[in-house]
Each structure stands twice: as structure tokens, then as C-alpha cells.
Design a protein around this ligand. Structure first.
Ligand code: S3P
Length: 730
């Protein structure tokens, strides 16, 4: 990109820019400028081959450079700009890398009587507490964000050049207004640094003899790591951004004062609420952030078998409902076997955000202190539900009858999923729900406490989420609410309501609810999820020498379509130790290798196996003959378009898989290898992992982070059972 790159200030950031620019062939030569007192550092930069030359003379350093980056502490920049002015060239791209942007732009504007078009103010969010060229890293900017705060005068061509450069270093470029940047960074970076410095200052003075620090462990180290940062740099930043920092310090002092008063007044509950709110807010932030940045790749070697005994994680549908009904009940509900996956945790956090005290999960145990049907409180912020369709659709019904408004948001996949299927019938009940024009999230639910009216609803599609949503709304409606379904769907809500002493009426394909009084807390044992067991039912069927027992799996007849379909295909599956636990039928399932044959899948099984088709398609690919699925259009609006995404992936693996509007036609045969994409859909990722058991080459699966939504520990568990699987961050 550039012939000569000049770095002014070759410290951690400047040195890392130089290393990464060279590594990524973004320039031919690199020069550096520093002051006399930085001579050692400059010599070190040369010795490490971070730069090709340095000079203590600015004019010499920038001569013929086509890109100049100023990476000094922000306090030194006005002076550097003054020294640079005589050498300024209109064709050169200039950038800084400072943590404050207002001070940089003001200094330049004053000097040049307006911002020069060829200066792009930039801030890489990639610092560390270390400083100097020794600490610089070639991959410091890899996957990190760089914020540009261009001004009206900044030339588009220079912004584009700067964007290409930083992207070339591995960064993602974002754009912000100067004021917004400085306000946000004051809160997320500058204040935390001041707090870390101040705490160590306080404790250090108290602790001259080293008594406290001797016992300081993880928390202290985590909190004060950034107090090892370069003081000069941080004094500069604080001075440059004090108008944003001072009000924040005042707010923080008042927050500390509140905590002090809670302690003085022994207000444990108030303190608990503050801490819980903070923990949830942090988790929400991490969820959203991880979704943006973290990408996991599975690499699965061909062959292997599945043997042994295993208990897969708890049922997702039942876990969601245990939190919802436990929260609405009177009394304390103890849950065991809770699924500690992201989806069920999203529901748990949603109820915490509405004031419910929930402890755990610890080893699948959760304790819910129910607040009663009318005890939920308004959430202080939008409720983020990640990838979880069940959370969003069921919460719509429940929130429609509250005395407060709430906003529901989700990740990219959830924000694209159809919500009119719940909004339309709820509106008929008198609910007020605002969505995007496309009928998708974010959803704003205006609580209509006391104003909901029971309806009878003939569901056009077989959906347990819609049915459950309306049953939950029915708890808040006047009169009866009844739902008729076109085909049986999972009935966990109905069963669990009975467990909470609030039975529904069931007549044929119609279920009816009316508010009977309070829900009574109960204990819930969540069985293993048959949808997670399904990967092993298929895996052990298609892999030679497999013999696997899946312990304590829920075999609710509204969920066992996968067993019926596999048995029709010739699978060797036995149900052992059948019993009923908390109203749900449970069994151990033994599955052994078998020769599968292609079938026409009976449509009556579609709703009963709705989540298992991705892995059933893999079974079909390994079967003798043709398998035909019809009547499964719903698969197109799951976490991904499961018909298209599975057909694409199977074709990459060399399988003859033809998608149709409402299903797929698959010719059984050989599975090759290759790279497939799961499109962030947990069940797609796990299905292709199983395909490797019969593949002839390695299968690489991109975009697998969401496996955590339903099956935390999938890789470790499957590897223990005999799959040659590894995972790494992309
Ligand atoms: C679920 C119902 C099903 C299923 C989903 C979980 C539930 O969705 O696909 O994974 O817990 O109610 P639909 O009801 O939309 O078919």
C-alpha cells in the first residue's frame, strides 16, 4: 500500500503497527522518529527489525513517507504537530493512535486553521499495560476494533486508505463522532484506569510493609492489572479528556456512597439487587460482545465410533419453562438437571432482570424464589435473549399481561425470525406489541395488565412456542384461552403447569387455560434432552462398532419422532428403565450400529422431530436408497434455514441432497470431506460433526460458537466417546 511508513513514537502501539504492517506487506520500508531521550528504545526497534531506520530529526524521518502515524502519548501530540507542519504534504495520509480524539482534533484545527483533509483521527482499542517497543506484537490488532472519528473536512479517499490499512493489520474499523468517542472511552477505559491507579495508591500507602499485598489474589490482580500502565500516557489521557471524566468520577462516588449506606443500614437485599443487576449487565455485554467476535471452528477427522454410557445435558424446552413457571409461582422452586446452555441462561437472566432472585446454576441446580403471578418488576433495560427463539416467543405471552413495558432483543439470527406468529394472536387478546416492519425483533411489549381477553385460537402452524406463549398470556387474561393445534407439538408447558398446581384442560387437539389462582412452587428434575441425544442416536447408528447408552433421556411422546423415524430406517434402538419423573417420561436409550435404509418420512412425525432433521439428514446420507422429507417448511425459519444450509453442506461433502420447498430428497451414498458452514446454527454444527463418523476426509465446520446454546461441552463429550473432534477459535 505504501512505499514508506513513518512511525512517530515506536512504543507498544507504534511498534505493533510497524510489525503488523511489515508482516502484511502494507509498506516497503518503515522509518521511525523519537526524541533524544527515547534513543535506547529507537535502537532497540532497529535491532528487533521492527523499523528499517530511525532519526532524531523529524524532517529526515518523514521525508518521502506516504503514510505517517503519530503513536505518542496524546499530551505530546500538539508539539509533534507543530514540528510536523513545515514538512506537511497534502498527498500523505496522517493518522494518530491516541485514546482521546477531541484534544487531537482541536490541536490540529488550531494549527492548520481547520482540520487537514488528509488526517484521519484513529484509536485502536488494543492497548495493554505494557509499554515500549519490546512489548509490541505483530498480532496486537488482529480481531480488534479501531475507531475512526473523521471530521467533515476529512477526505473520503483518505478515510478509505486508512480503512484498508487498518483492515490489513487485522482490525475491524468503526466510525464514531468525536464527542461520543471521548464520552464512551471515558466510561469504559479512562475511569477504570483511574480507579485501578487510585486503589493501588490507597492500598500501597497503607501497606508499606506488604502485609495486604501478600494475600492479594485473583480479584485484586484482575482489578489492578491496568495500574501497571505507563503513567505519562495516562496522565496525558486524563488531562485531555477531563471534561468527560470528572462527571463520571462524581457519579461513581455517589454510587459508592449508596453502597456505603446500604452497608450502614444492613440492607442486604438492596445490595444483592445492585450486585445482581451489575452481574447481569456484564453478562449481557459479554454475550453480545462474544457474538460479535468469537468464532469457533470444529475439525473432525474421518472415522471413529461411539461407545460407552453418557448423560447428555438437560432438556432445553423444560429448562426454559422451569425458570418461567418457577418465577411466577409462590414459594421456592428447586431445579436439578438444568441446561447450563446460553439459551436457557438467557431466560434465567431475563427473569433476574425482572427482579426474581435466582441462585445458580451450579452443577445443574437452580433455586428460584418465585414472586407470584403479579410480582415481576419492570426490567431496567432491554432484555437480550441471544439466539433463543423459545425465550422470546414465550416471554411475549407472559409480558403481554404485565403492568410494565419491556423490550426484547436478540442476536442476528433471532432478530430475523418471524414473530408475527405470536404477535397476531396476542393482539387479538388485546396485547400491544411493536416490532420491525418485517414482524421481527426488537419487540416492545406494552404491558396490558388486566386488559387481556381470552380467545380461542386455531393455530395455522404446529408450534409449541406459539401454543405456550398463548397459554402464558392466558394466565393473565379474563375468561378462557384455548388453542387448537393442527398436529401434536411438545406439551411441556401443559405438563409443568399441572406440576405447579395449575392444570390446563385438554380435549383432543385443544388445550384451554384460565387463571385459577396462584402457581405453587415445586421441585423439577429436568431429564436429558432428546434433541441433544439425537446426535448420538444417529452417530452410533451410522458408525461401525458403536454401542452407546444414553442415560435418563426425556421420551415425552411429543418429542420422540426421531426414534420413530430412525427405527423405520432400520436403526437398532432400545428403551430401557422407563419411568416417569416430575410428569415427564424418561428412559435410558441403547443404540448400536445398524444398516440404515432410505424411507419416505411420514408427515405425522414432522412436528415430533422438528429439531432433529439436520442430523436425520445425515442419517439419510448414510442410508441405502432414497429418503424423502415433505411437510417440513418450518425448518426454513429455525435458527437458520435448515433445509438450505444442510443441503449446501451435504453437497459440499459430496452427497446428493436436493432441497425442496418443504423438505429434502437425499440419495444415500458416500460422504467425502470439506469445509461446511453452520451459519451460527448449533444443530447444523453438531450434525456435520456426526457426519465425519462416515466421511472419507476431514470435515471442517465453521461458525460453531452457538453449539453452547444447547449443548455446552459437546466437543469434550463426543471426543470421550470416540469422535475425532477438535475445536479452535477462528
Ligand atoms: C420449542 C418448540 C419448537 C422447537 C424449539 C423449542 C419449545 O419450536 O423447534 O427448538 O421449547 O417450545 P416451534 O414451536 O416453533 O416449532
Amino acid at each position: 500500500m505504501f512505499n514508506k511508513l513513518c512511525i512517530i513514537g515506536v512504543g507498544l502501539i507504534g511498534g505493533s503497527v510497524a510489525r503488523a504492517a511489515r508482516e502484511n506487506n502494507l509498506c516497503t520500508t518503515i522509518s521511525a522518529y523519537g526524541r533524544e531521550q527515547e534513543l535506547d528504545n529507537l535502537q532497540q526497534a532497529l535491532a528487533l527489525k521492527v523499523v528499517d531506520s530511525y532519526s532524531l530529526d523529524l524532517g529526515e524521518a518523514v521525508a518521502d513517507a506516504d503514510c505517517v502515524i503519530i503513536a505518542t502519548p496524546v499530551g505530546a501530540m500538539p508539539d509533534i504537530f507543530k514540528q510536523l507542519e513545515p514538512y506537511w504534504s497534502d498527498n500523505v495520509l496522517y493518522m494518530d493512535a491516541g485514546s482521546t480524539k477531541g484534544s487531537v482534533v482541536t490541536a490540529l484545527s488550531e494549527l492548520f486553521s481547520g482540520m487537514p483533509a488528509n488526517f484521519v483521527p484513529a484509536h485502536p482499542i488494543a492497548g495493554a499495560e505494557k509499554s515500549g517497543v519490546d512489548a509490541s506484537l505483530v498480532d496486537l490488532f488482529e480481531g480488534k476494533r479501531v475507531i475512526f472519528t473523521p471530521c467533515v473536512q476529512t477526505g473520503d479517499n483518505f478515510i478509505q486508505q486508512a480503512t484498508r490499512f487498518w483492515q490489513g493489520l487485522g482490525s475491524t474499523v468503526s466510525y464514531m463522532q468525536i464527542e461520543q468517542h471521548d464520552a464512551v472511552l471515558a466510561a469504559t477505559s479512562h475511569l477504570p484506569h483511574i480507579m485501578a491507579f487510585a486503589l493501588v495508591d490507597l492500598l500501597g500507602r497503607k501497606d508499606e510493609q506488604g502485609d495486604i499485598f501478600k494475600y492479594a489474589a485473583g480479584g485484586f490482580k484482575d482489578f489492578t492489572r491496568i495500574a501497571s500502565s505507563d503513567p505519562t500516557m495516562w496522565v496525558d489521557i486524563c488531562m485531555a479528556n477531563k471534561q468527560h471524566i470528572i462527571p463520571l468520577i462524581e457519579q461513581f462516588c455517589s454510587e459508592l456512597d449508596d453502597v456505603k449506606q446500604m452497608l450502614q443500614g444492613s440492607q442486604a437485599q438492596a445490595l444483592h439487587n445492585t450486585f445482581t443487576y451489575a452481574r447481569n449487565a456484564r453478562q449481557r455485554f459479554l454475550d453480545q460482545h462474544n457474538n460479535m467476535t468469537q468464532s469457533i471452528i470444529f475439525t473432525v477427522q474421518p472415522g471413529g465410533h461411539l461407545q460407552g454410557e453418557v448423560r447428555v445435558p438437560g432438556d432445553k424446552s423444560i429448562s426454559h419453562r422451569s425458570i418461567m413457571l418457577g418465577s411466577l409461582a409462590e414459594g421456592v422452586t428447586h431445579v436439578t438437571g438444568f441446561l447450563e446452555g446460553d439459551d436457557a441462561l438467557a431466560t434465567l437472566r431475563a427473569f433476574q432482570a425482572m427482579g426474581v432472585q435466582i441462585e445458580g446454576p451450579v452443577d445443574g441446580k437452580v433455586t428460584i424464589h418465585g414472586v407470584g403471578l403479579d410480582g415481576l418488576q419492570a426490567p431496567k433495560e432491554p432484555i437480550y435473549l441471544g439466539n433463543s427463539g423459545t425465550s422470546m416467543r414465550l416471554l411475549c405471552g407472559l409480558l403481554a399481561g404485565q403492568k410494565f413495558d419491556a423490550v426484547l432483543t436478540g442476536d442476528k439470527s433471532l432478530s430475523g425470525r418471524p414473530m408475527r406468529r405470536v404477535i397476531d394472536p396476542l393482539s387479538k387478546m388485546g396485547a400491544i406489541i411493536e416490532s420491525t416492519e418485517n414482524g421481527t425483533a426488537p419487540l416492545t411489549i406494552r404491558g396490558q395488565s388486566g386488559a387481556l381477553q381470552g380467545i380461542h385460537y386455531d393455530m395455522p402452524i404446529a408450534s409449541a412456542q406459539v401454543k405456550s406463549c398463548l397459554l402464558l398470556a392466558g394466565l393473565y387474561a379474563q375468561g378462557e384461552t384455548s388453542v387448537t393445534e393442527p398436529a401434536p407439538t411438545r406439551d411441556h408447558t401443559e405438563r409443568m403447569l399441572s406440576g405447579f398446581a395449575h392444570p390446563v384442560k385438554q380435549k383432543g387437539n385443544q388445550v384451554t387455560i384460565s387463571r385459577l389462582g396462584p402457581l405453587k412452587a415445586t421441585d423439577i428434575e429436568v431429564p436429558s434432552d432428546i434433541s441433544s441425544a439425537a446426535f448420538f442416536l444417529v452417530g452410533a447408528s451410522i458408525a461401525a462398532n458403536s454401542d452407546l447408552t444414553l442415560k435418563h433421556v426425556g421420551i415425552n411422546p411429543t418429542r420422540t419422532g426421531v426414534i420413530n423415524i430412525l427405527q423405520l430406517m432400520g436403526a437398532n434402538i432400545e428403551l430401557l428403565n422407563q419411568c416417569t419423573v416430575g410428569g415427564e417420561p424418561v428412559a435410558d436409550i441403547r443404540v448400536r450400529s445398524a444398516t440404515l435404509k432410505g424411507i419416505v418420512i411420514p408427515e405425522e412425525f414432522v412436528a415430533l422431530a422438528i429439531d432433529e432433521f439436520p442430523v436425520l439428514f445425515v442419517a439419510a446420507a448414510c442410508a441405502e436408497g432414497t429418503t424423502i422429507l415433505t411437510g417440513a417448511k418450518e425448518l426454513r425459519v429455525k435458527e437458520s434455514d435448515r433445509i438450505q444450509v444442510m443441503a449446501d453442506g451435504l453437497q459440499i461433502l459430496g452427497v446428493d441432497a436436493q432441497p425442496t420447498e418443504d423438505g429434502m430428497v437425499i440419495q444415500g451414498g458416500k460422504i467425502g470431506g470439506g469445509t461446511v458452514v453452520s451459519h451460527g446454527d448449533h444443530r447444523i454444527a453438531m450434525s456435520f460433526a456426526m457426519a465425519a463418523l462416515r466421511a472419507s476426509e476431514t470435515i471442517i465446520i465453521d461458525d460453531c460458537a452457538n453449539v453452547n446454546t444447547s449443548f455446552p461441552g459437546f466437543v469434550t463429550l463426543t471426543a470421550q466417546l470416540g469422535l475425532n473432534i477438535g475445536s479452535k477459535e477462528a
